[in-house]
Design a protein around this ligand. Structure first.
Ligand SMILES: [Fe+2]
Length: 373
């Protein structure tokens, strides 16, 4: 749950008057848009992020953010893909409600039944009609995309304070309460995604940036999925220090910090601790959160036993925590979500993340800290 916004306390005393879009205020900027020079202090003023002036103000007590936009302290964002309809996906929505998340990001493959109305009904039934969420399409959403896409667009129009450019659910860049999300159907539909990701992240002035898409590269998931995204999308996010969130494979996996994504022979540059990862120029980590409620899948040791870049795994027949793997006999409809709390402990450069199950209820299977440069 987000604490009250306190820009001055979070990141310096100067210029806090510019931040008018505090928690829940619904403020929006007149200018809109995230492109090019439109970013910066004016942008921050509308979204609850700490303004550039505030972040770099002299005499502040917080860390020097170099004029960048800080997150709203305590902002909690939930992530999952691969949802479906029924008891397990409903339990995940209940968990998100109980955890008092401030935003949900849905990483594709919505209901698996080409039933947009049922999907939206389940979502709004679980979270309420006013709960803010973003969604990006997956392969199972293609047949009825012409129905899903306007639903995503309508939702965005209702979220107070969010600012987005691009095409909703397809190739989009949004700022919400001081965190920047770049969502893409790379590997699923359309082209030009890598350039879009690069350009939006290059223009970003946010401390915290998130990339989100549905599909994977084989080495960036734990099952049998192949190379469907290409490395460049991952590399653009790594270059910018943006957290990479994905779905598609129906299990949970989270990597160590990586600095060389795409080079498996160098273990993708994986380094650091199991429970502490870093983001910054040239380094990030990858999450597969494909347990939004649909049946989960098994681990493929034939394909992944030599993958030394994982920190945590949860599949139907195998789990790994803190580097120690063991056989498992999990339920086929086990389900859960990743939660990231930005500005943890009042520090705009720190986040705390958990992957928590809703089925079985409440079990935490991953817990780690993220430090931003
Ligand atoms: Fe998928």
């Amino acid at each position: 749950m987000a604490a009250d916004l306190s820009p001055a306390g979070a990141a310096g005393s100067g210029g806090s008057g510019a931040s008018t879009g505090g928690a829940g205020s619904g403020g929006t900027t007149a200018s809109g848009g995230l492109g090019g020079s439109g970013r910066g202090a004016g942008h921050a003023a509308g979204t609850g992020g700490v303004s550039a002036g505030g972040a770099s103000g002299a005499g502040g007590e917080g860390p020097d953010l170099g004029g960048r936009i800080a997150p709203e302290i305590g902002l909690k964002v939930a992530f999952f893909g691969d949802q479906s309809l029924g008891a397990s996906p409903r339990a995940v929505l209940d968990l998100i409600h109980q955890e008092q998340a401030d935003l949900l990001v849905i990483l594709g493959d919505f209901d698996y039944e080409d039933d947009p109305e049922a999907w939206l009904g389940q979502l709004e039934g679980g979270l309420g009609e006013d709960f803010p969420w973003l969604a990006v399409g997956g392969n199972h959403d293609l047949a009825k995309w012409s129905k899903y896409q306007p639903m995503i667009e309508r939702k965005l129009a209702q979220i107070p304070g969010i600012e987005c450019v691009g095409v909703a659910g397809h190739q989009q860049s949004c700022s919400y309460r001081g965190v920047h999300f770049v969502l893409s159907r790379v590997g699923t539909s359309g082209s030009g995604h890598e350039d879009f990701i690069r350009d939006e992240l290059a223009a970003s002035n946010h401390v915290w940036k998130i990339c989100g898409w549905h599909k994977n590269q084989r080495g960036m998931q734990l099952g049998s999925k192949g190379d469907e995204v290409g490395w460049r999308a991952y590399q653009e996010c790594q270059n910018a220090g943006a957290i990479i969130t994905t779905g598609h494979e129906h299990s949970y996996g989270r990597t160590l910090t990586m600095s060389n994504i795409g080079d498996a022979s160098a273990e993708h540059g994986a380094f650091g601790d199991w429970d502490s990862v870093e983001v910054g120029a040239g380094k990030t980590f990858v999450v597969v959160a494909g347990m939004g409620g649909v049946w989960i899948r098994d681990y493929h040791p034939d394909l992944h036993a030599d993958d030394l870049w994982w920190a945590t795994m949860y599949t139907i027949d195998w789990e790994m925590r803190q580097g120690a793997g063991q056989s498992a006999d999990h339920g086929s409809r086990d389900a859960g979500a990743l939660f990231i709390e930005f500005g943890a402990d009042g520090d705009p450069l720190k986040a705390k993340a958990t992957f928590k199950l809703a089925v079985p209820w409440g079990r935490v299977i991953d817990e780690f800290e993220i430090t931003a440069e």
